[in-house]
Design a protein around this ligand. Structure first.
Ligand SMILES: Cc1cc2nc3c(=O)[nH]c(=O)nc-3n(C[C@H](O)[C@H](O)[C@H](O)COP(=O)(O)OP(=O)(O)OC[C@H]3O[C@@H](n4cnc5c(N)ncnc54)[C@H](O)[C@@H]3O)c2cc1C
Ligand code: SF4
Ligand code: SF4
Ligand code: SF4
Length: 386
């Protein structure tokens, strides 16, 4: 049965929990807020299925070289609501037209990041836009399997490790399954996100930090990738129910900076086993950073997608979409987007950040983890004594 002794060896995909017929695996959050599987030994029959489906114990490998494109959805409104070129929506609409079901990532009422499914075009709006938090998979793998077994077309989108987890969980190929993943920098924990959000709400409503409050009736909308000041200079935008609004450039937003400076990522992200030569998806989507240098003629700063099509079926679907496509060389695109192939390097202050987060606010943890080495040593000493 599955046993986690090294946290970098579990990406939290929940394939093990989803496959266990005895329901004896539960996912429990650790101090950092990342979930890991725990087995109820009294009910385990030692069938080892949980080990067999684990994408870290059994990583996939792929020698195929993808076809690479820059892509722009011809519908500018949809593109502006999306993180990069709005290609995800086009693929999803294609599946819905075939009476299919689309799985993606959205916010729940408390602004947690969760996997869900929709059968309608209107339902897609909740999936649009990246949410830079590890999503809660819930029963999505089992639900996808039910739809697939009924013969429905299914589009499942997620991080590369979630797609490998899903494929391992299914344990056989399905012709009616299409999968989309993203080039993945990594994921912060739901705890970091909820702390950041609570503090933002407290500031917006002048509530004392640490007070218990429901986010459901305080926040109207959140965009991690607001393009109102441009795609390349995107903002994190939170609109509150009291009419207030935060719209902070990513370069100045502490949540995004903790994410991009590799302070807040899951341990497995620094040793990611789902990069380019291990992906199992049909299509991988990303931001086409560097488009202004490689193809300035199509860059209007409203967002351009980088698309990796991993097989012929993906390529023919891509060519049927209502979008502008420009073929590209993989190595040129990779030069601007190292996350395609390399896992990020763990920040030397990453563990300190999470140690602080467990004891203090997000704002203070971030500040302390990015302060001078001397200040950090002093803070470390004080906290050790406490
Ligand atoms: C955690 C994360 C890290 C990323 N890192 C990079 C990177 O380093 N470099 C890069 O070029 N691009 C990265 N991306 C991808 C990029 O932000 C866009 O999502 C991608 O370009 C697709 O954009 P779009 O305009 O086609 O569609 P959008 O409408 O933006 O589509 C969003 C898609 O992302 C999925 N999604 C959203 N949030 C999550 C989540 N938390 N977990 C799993 N799936 C999610 C949705 O289900 C949907 O399929 C990352 C995305 C995520 C979610
Ligand atoms: S060995 Fe079988 S029964 Fe035990 S936890 Fe794993 S899947 Fe469940
Ligand atoms: S990587 Fe996924 S399948 Fe493997 S132990 Fe972690 S949650 Fe379970
Ligand atoms: S970086 Fe790798 S391990 Fe981390 S969420 Fe992305 S795909 Fe999964």
């Amino acid at each position: 049965m599955i046993k986690i002794t090294d946290k970098s060896q579990c990406c939290g995909c929940e394939a093990c929990r989803s496959v266990c017929s005895k329901n004896c695996i539960s996912m429990k959050a650790d101090k950092e807020g990342f979930v890991y599987p725990h087995v109820d030994l009294s009910r385990c029959i030692n069938c080892k299925l949980c080990e067999k489906v684990c994408p870290v114990l059994h990583p996939a490998s792929s020698t195929k070289v993808p076809s690479v494109y820059a892509g722009i959805n011809n519908d500018t409104d949809i593109r502006l609501q999306s993180s990069s070129g709005g290609i995800f929506t086009l693929i999803a609409e294609h599946i819905l037209r075939k009476n299919g079901v689309v799985f993606g990532v959205c916010f729940d009422v408390q602004w947690n990041v969760v996997h869900h499914y929709t059968e309608t075009k209107e339902g897609l709006s909740r999936f649009r836009g990246s949410k830079y938090v590890q999503s809660h998979i819930g029963d999505s793998f089992q639900q996808a399997k039910r739809f697939l077994d009924e013969g429905r077309k299914v589009l499942f989108s997620g991080t590369p490790c979630q797609i490998v987890g899903l494929k391992n969980f299914l344990r056989k190929p399905y012709q009616n399954l299409f999968t989309v993943d993203v080039v993945c920098h990594g994921v912060p924990s739901p705890k970091v996100w909820q702390k950041y959000l609570h503090e933002s709400v407290c500031n917006a409503y002048h509530i004392r930090r640490g007070s218990s409050l429901s986010l459901a009736d305080k926040i109207k909308n959140i965009s991690f990738r607001s393009k109102e000041k441009g795609w390349k200079t995107y903002c994190v935008k939170i609109e509150y129910q009291n009419g207030k609004k935060d719209s902070i450039f990513a370069a100045k937003n502490t949540y995004i900076q903790a994410f991009l400076s590799d302070l807040s990522l899951r341990p497995s992200c620094y040793a990611c086993s789902a990069k380019l030569h291990h992906v199992q998806s049909d299509i991988t989507l990303a931001d086409f950073w560097g488009i202004e240098r490689l193809h300035p003629e199509i860059d209007d700063d409203k967002g351009c997608g980088l698309i990796l099509a991993h097989n012929d079926c993906a390529l023919s679907l891509l060519k049927s979409l209502n979008c502008q496509l420009q073929e590209q060389k993989l190595d040129e695109a990779m030069a601007f987007n190292p996350s395609i192939i390399y896992p990020v390097k763990k920040s030397v202050n990453r563990n300190f950040f999470y140690m602080m987060l467990d004891k203090t606010s997000f704002a203070f943890s971030y500040k302390a983890s990015t302060s001078s080495a001397l200040l950090m040593r002093i803070i470390r000493k004080i906290y050790r004594k406490l």
